[in-house]
Design a protein around this ligand. Structure first.
Ligand code: TYD
Ligand code: MG
Length: 459
């Protein structure tokens, strides 16, 4: 009799071993390897492969594929900030993985999207594996959405879910909340294991592709920011979005991490209110609210998130250190980037911070990844050290090179327009390609970090 071969699967990255070990060699995680019974993970064991009369390996001409897709390529969700991230609405038959910390508002966002779409006459199903139907209904009631014809189910078995969804006209949108709670009969492992998550996702993806239903899988995120288990799912789905935010702040950011059908650098901004998530069409105003105009150490950065300009306040605090090894603490920006700006300020700007503690904060809890913030960070640092308050009408953007040169950054015009819209009067920028006079705002072009330092000293 053939012996069933046990496999050992890393629950963090999905690497497979033939014996147990304490540490995964692929992702270096400790105690992540769990014994699982294989089987059923391949597509050959799924229902689609056994369907009779299906042509194998058929080819189609490229141009002929548009027929169906042309009519309704996308279904708008009815929430503009969500549609911005998906690239204009859900693509029929596509699968999106939505990750985020517990309690950040994933279920709330998806309930609101479901209700908005159901209100337009589309069939929408919301499958919860975590909450009972009554709980989901209560939430909808609190959000004032209980009158919308969303189909609710509390179900965790994938075969049952696919069966239910296949009855009648296929839904335009199906929400699976969450993928970690789903299980399929084709594998024996416990729900939440990588094998189950992968197989369940595979079945649901197959359902999406055959029925044309847009499916959203909710995925939980671990402490270190990875989508737990479903990391293996990330490669299988069409789009991955993450819902982020600071528990201490009210705003939430929906960010596209991967998108086969749209841009990946767009963000949607929401604010968590008593009545659910409210869209924030003008996030700059939100992030600049409560700004202290008279304090040294603050500079406004004219940033971009995707195609959208976003103005935020950068705060720096520089103080003499009592420690042999001064502290460097950063919230919302890359600590390596801060070290670089500090080194360049010292080498080329004559600013010595080697014996100072340095704290840097992006106000509002936002996380910035653009090197274009270098100039604003440098300005905030110099201002804090010298005690000179930067003019409150100034905005800053520009990348700083290791030579101290201020380098041009993309989309200068959009940044300047946004700054002008919000009432700023002057921009400190790299030497631009834009012609003087055509700019939305008076600009002062800086060539070198020393120009910035001498400008602040002259204030
Ligand atoms: P939820 O959508 O359940 O989070 P997730 O599905 O990501 O785990 O959101 C839960 C949080 O949202 C909870 O802390 C309460 C808050 N919330 C509001 O502030 N207002 C609301 O109207 C709702 C429904 C939730
Ligand atoms: Mg939830």
């Amino acid at each position: 009799m053939a012996k069933i071969q046990q496999t050992f699967v890393c629950q963090s990255c999905g690497a497979v071993y033939n014996r147990w070990r304490g540490r995964c060699e692929a992702c270096n995680g400790w105690n992540t390897i769990v014994e699982e019974t294989p089987g059923g993970t391949g597509p050959q064991s799924g229902p689609a492969a056994t369907r009779p009369g299906r042509a194998r390996g058929r080819v189609f001409p490229l141009e002929g594929l548009t027929g169906e897709a042309k009519q309704a390529p996308r279904i708008p969700s009815g929430i503009a900030e969500l549609d911005r991230v998906t690239g204009g609405g859900f693509v029929r038959g596509s699968v999106i993985l939505l990750g985020g910390d517990p309690g950040i508002g994933k279920s709330t966002l998806l309930m609101q999207a479901s209700a908005a779409m159901a209100g337009t006459g589309e069939r929408v199903a919301y499958i919860s594996g975590e909450e009972a139907v009554g709980q989901v209904r209560l939430r909808a009631e609190r959000l004032g959405l209980s009158a919308q014809p969303v189909e609710l189910a509390a179900e965790t078995n994938v075969e049952d879910i696919v069966e239910t969804l296949s009855q009648g006209r296929p839904p335009a949108l199906a929400i699976i909340d969450s993928i970690q709670t789903m299980w399929t009969e084709t594998v024996e492992s416990a729900p939440g294991t990588v094998t189950q998550v992968r197989s369940s996702a595979q079945s649901l993806i197959r359902f999406a592709k055959t029925s044309g239903t847009a499916v959203i899988l909710v995925g939980h995120v671990t402490k270190d920011g990875q989508i737990a288990g479903p990391r293996v799912v990330e490669h299988m789905v069409d789009a991955v979005a993450s819902f982020e935010g600071d528990q201490g702040h009210h705003f939430r950011i929906l960010r596209a991490v991967k998108n086969r059908f749209g841009p990946t650098d767009e963000i949607g901004v929401f604010e968590m209110t008593d009545g659910g998530l409210a869209e924030v069409p003008n996030p700059s105003a939100l992030f600049l609210a409560g700004r202290d105009h008279a304090a040294p150490g603050t500079a406004v950065f004219a940033g971009m998130e995707g195609t959208r300009p976003l103005l935020v306040e950068i705060q720096a605090l520089v103080a003499p250190s009592a420690l042999g090894m001064p502290r460097r603490a950063v919230v919302g920006w890359d600590p390596n980037r801060l070290s670089m700006v500090l080194a360049v300020l010292e080498a080329h700007g004559g600013i010595r911070l080697g014996t100072h503690d340095v704290y840097l904060n992006v106000a509002g809890g936002l996380r910035i990844s653009e090197p274009a913030a270098d100039l604003a960070v440098a300005a905030a640092l110099v201002s804090s050290l010298s005690g000179a308050v930067l003019p409150s009408e100034n905005v800053y953007f520009g990348e700083i090179g290791l030579s101290g040169a201020i380098r041009p950054v993309a989309q200068a015009t959009a940044r300047l327009k946004e700054a002008q819209k919000l009432g700023f009067g002057r921009a400190l920028t790299p030497q631009g390609r834009g012609e003087a006079g055509t700019q939305a705002l008076p600009t002062e072009a800086l060539r070198h970090i020393a120009d910035l330092v001498s400008g602040i000293a002259a204030n």
